[in-house]
Design a protein. Structure first.
Ligand SMILES: Nc1ncnc2c1ncn2[C@@H]1O[C@H](COP(=O)(O)OP(=O)(O)OP(=O)(O)O)[C@@H](O)[C@H]1O
Length: 242
C-alpha cells in the first residue's frame, strides 16, 4: 500500500463572514494524481493556496510527508518537495526560458552549476529545449504554461500542485499537456491539480474530489463521481445529464 504524501485535516478558512473552506479533510497518496474540481466559488483556489502555504487557514492542519507544515512558508514547503504552479504565469518576462527555469532550481537551494544542468534537463522533459534562449515574453500561451510547470519541476518536487495549467489551451495543446502530466507522475511525482474542465480531469486523475460551497461534496474514481446526481446538479448541470 502506498504512503500518504499529503494530509489535509479539518481545514476551515473564513474571509470575514464568508466561509470559503468548511472543515475539509483530504489526503493524497504517493504516486496519485488527484483532481480538485467544483463550480466557481466552491473554495478550490483557497484550499490550493492553503496547501501551498500562500494562505493561512483559520483552523486545521496541513501535513506533508508526515510533517506538520501548517505554519511553514511556501519557500520552506518548496524545499521539502511541495511545489506549485500559478494560474497567471509568474515567470520573469525579461529573462529567457532557460534563465526562468534556473531561478526555480536555485530556489530549492541548488548551486549555480547544478541549477543550470537541472534546468536543461527539465526543459528537455517538458519539450522546451529549442526555446531555451527565447525571452519568456515571446513564448506562446501553451509554452508559457509549460514554462510554469518547468519552473516548478526544477525545484525537484515530490508533490506538484497544478493550478489550472490546461485552461485556455486548444484541444491538441491540452492533450499534449495531459501527456506531460502523465509523464510527471511516471517520474515518481504525485500531483494535486485544480481544473475546471471535466473532460480534462476525468481521463487524467485517479481520484476526483468535488468541492461545493466550501465543503467536499463527494470524491472517488472520476467515472463514479460523474454519475453522482449531486455532482450533476451542483456542477455539471442538466445539460450534461441529458
Ligand atoms: N482573499 C480573499 N478575500 C475574501 N474572499 C475571498 C478571498 N479568496 C477567496 N474568497 C472568496 O472565497 C470563496 C471561494 O473562492 P475560491 O477562489 O477559493 O473558489 P474557487 O472554487 O477557486 O472558484 P474559481 O473556480 O472561480 O476560482 C469565494 O466566495 C471567493 O470570493
Amino acid at each position: 500500500m502506498s504512503a500518504t504524501i499529503l494530509d489535509v485535516g479539518h481545514i476551515t478558512c473564513r474571509f470575514g463572514g464568508l466561509l470559503a473552506n468548511d472543515d475539509i479533510s483530504l489526503s493524497v497518496q504517493e504516486g496519485e494524481i488527484v483532481g480538485l474540481i467544483g463550480p466557481n466559488g466552491a473554495g478550490k483556489s483557497t484550499l490550493f493556496n492553503i496547501v501551498a502555504g500562500a494562505v493561512s487557514p483559520t483552523s486545521g492542519s496541513v501535513s506533508f510527508l508526515g510533517r506538520d507544515v501548517t505554519a511553514l512558508r511556501p519557500s520552506g514547503r518548496c524545499r521539502l518537495g511541495l511545489s506549485r504552479t500559478f494560474q497567471v504565469m509568474r515567470s520573469f518576462n525579461s529573462m529567457n526560458t532557460l534563465e526562468n527555469v534556473i531561478v526555480g532550481a536555485l530556489a530549492c537551494g541548488e548551486g549555480a552549476r547544478q541549477a543550470r544542468r537541472n534546468a536543461y534537463e527539465v526543459l528537455d522533459f517538458v519539450g522546451l529545449t529549442r526555446r531555451a534562449e527565447v525571452p519568456a515574453s515571446e513564448l506562446t500561451p501553451a509554452e508559457k504554461r509549460r514554462l510554469e510547470v518547468a519552473r516548478a519541476l526544477a525545484t525537484r518536487p515530490k508533490l506538484l500542485l497544478l493550478d489550472e495549467v490546461m485552461s485556455g489551451l486548444t484541444p491538441s495543446e491540452a492533450r499534449a499537456g495531459m501527456d506531460l502530466i502523465v509523464r510527471i507522475r511516471e517520474a515518481g511525482i504525485s500531483i494535486l491539480l485544480v481544473e475546471h474542465v471535466m473532460e480534462i480531469v476525468a481521463p487524467l486523475v485517479d481520484r476526483a474530489i468535488v468541492l461545493n460551497l466550501g465543503r467536499i461534496l463527494t470524491q472517488g474514481a472520476p467515472a463514479d463521481v460523474l454519475k453522482d446526481e449531486r455532482v450533476v446538479s451542483a456542477y455539471l448541470g442538466e445539460e450534461y445529464h441529458a
